[in-house]
Design a protein around this ligand. Structure first.
Ligand SMILES: *[C@@H]1O[C@H](CO)[C@@H](O)[C@H](O)[C@H]1NC(C)=O
Ligand SMILES: *[C@@H]1O[C@H](CO)[C@@H](O)[C@H](O)[C@H]1NC(C)=O
Ligand SMILES: *[C@@H]1O[C@H](CO)[C@@H](O)[C@H](O)[C@H]1NC(C)=O
Ligand SMILES: *[C@@H]1O[C@H](CO)[C@@H](O)[C@H](O)[C@H]1NC(C)=O
Ligand SMILES: *[C@@H]1O[C@H](CO)[C@@H](O)[C@H](O)[C@H]1NC(C)=O
Length: 241
């Protein structure tokens, strides 16, 4: 009986950790050894959310650069933008020594990892964005997923006071299936920084000007669960050239 209990406890203990909590063991300080160590410890678990206890939510931080305003379709009430999105989350317990493993970060195929299912609620068209096959993992267990995204989103457009018109379009980022007990969205950069960076790189034909970006967390209930999202409201002004 006692033995059985002991075995159960050991089993439970093993189950408890996604990564066993100690730093990775790299045979040599090079990328191949680091890859092998990651392969042994986390790649085989890519079907599981990377936390030790499933009650712990994964915090997915989001930021983006609005790099282009491609156009509006007043009839379809859609708005097309080009974003560079950056998502960052943590693989709980994963660490390695930069000297022992030879580098501070490594790019790996996204198929090797658990990736959060973050979508834009207002998305209205099939995703024609280029595919980015790699994500970065760093020695503290952060995963960084950066990708370009062409977004055709629904937006209540009112082109009434042409040529100067202010439009407010929302982009809501959140998980499609995970409730807030599993995925929580957090702001990776302040809305002010997102606005200033976007203004620096924004490529438009001079037709549109980005006025403001605001961001807020949003919780909404559906089917007995609560989703934790982040809403960005982008305010644009239409200028006739
Ligand atoms: C690294 O090796 C040590 C000593 O053998 C071991 O205790 C530890 O669990 C190993 N780390 C990982 C992540 O496997
Ligand atoms: C996410 O944030 C919550 C609240 O700050 C914290 O309790 C939780 O441990 C975090 N999750 C991870 C995986 O770090
Ligand atoms: C957008 O927001 C501005 C400022 O809050 C407001 O003046 C304007 O009417 C709004 N436009 C639309 C289309 O909702
Ligand atoms: C942008 O929105 C924020 C929050 O509503 C506000 O404090 C700020 O003054 C606005 N900036 C501009 C340029 O409209
Ligand atoms: C974004 O716009 C929606 C709808 O107009 C509004 O309810 C919400 O408060 C706005 N959020 C922010 C952060 O401005």
């Amino acid at each position: 009986m006692e033995l059985k209990k002991g075995i159960w406890l050991i089993y439970f203990h093993l189950m408890l950790f996604y990564v066993n909590g100690s730093a990775l063991n790299c045979t040599w300080p090079n990328a191949e050894s680091l890859y092998d160590a990651l392969d042994e410890t986390i790649f085989s678990k890519n079907h599981l959310r990377p936390v030790n206890l499933l009650e712990t939510p994964t915090n997915v931080s989001i930021s983006f650069i609005l790099a282009g305003i491609l156009g509006v379709n007043e009839k379809a009430q859609t708005f097309t933008t080009f974003l560079w999105i950056r998502l960052v989350w943590i693989i709980e317990g994963l660490t390695w020594d930069e000297k022992e493993c030879g580098s501070e970060k490594l790019s790996v195929k996204r198929e090797n990892l658990w990736i959060p299912d973050i979508f834009i609620l207002e998305f209205m068209d099939e995703d024609q964005s280029p595919i980015t096959p790699y994500v970065y993992i760093d020695s503290k267990g952060h995963v960084t997923d950066e990708k370009p995204l062409k977004v055709v989103s629904s937006c209540k457009l009112g082109i009434l006071r042409f040529p100067f018109d202010v439009q407010n379009c929302s982009l809501t980022f959140g998980s499609i299936i995970h409730y807030d007990s599993a995925i929580r969205m957090v702001l990776g950069l302040s809305a002010e920084r997102i606005l200033s960076q976007s203004r620096e790189v924004l490529q438009t034909e001079g037709e549109w000007e980005l006025l403001n970006i605001t961001a807020a967390e949003s919780l909404y209930s559906l089917d007995g669960g609560v989703y934790h999202d982040i809403v960005f409201n982008d305010t644009f002004i239409f200028i006739q050239t």
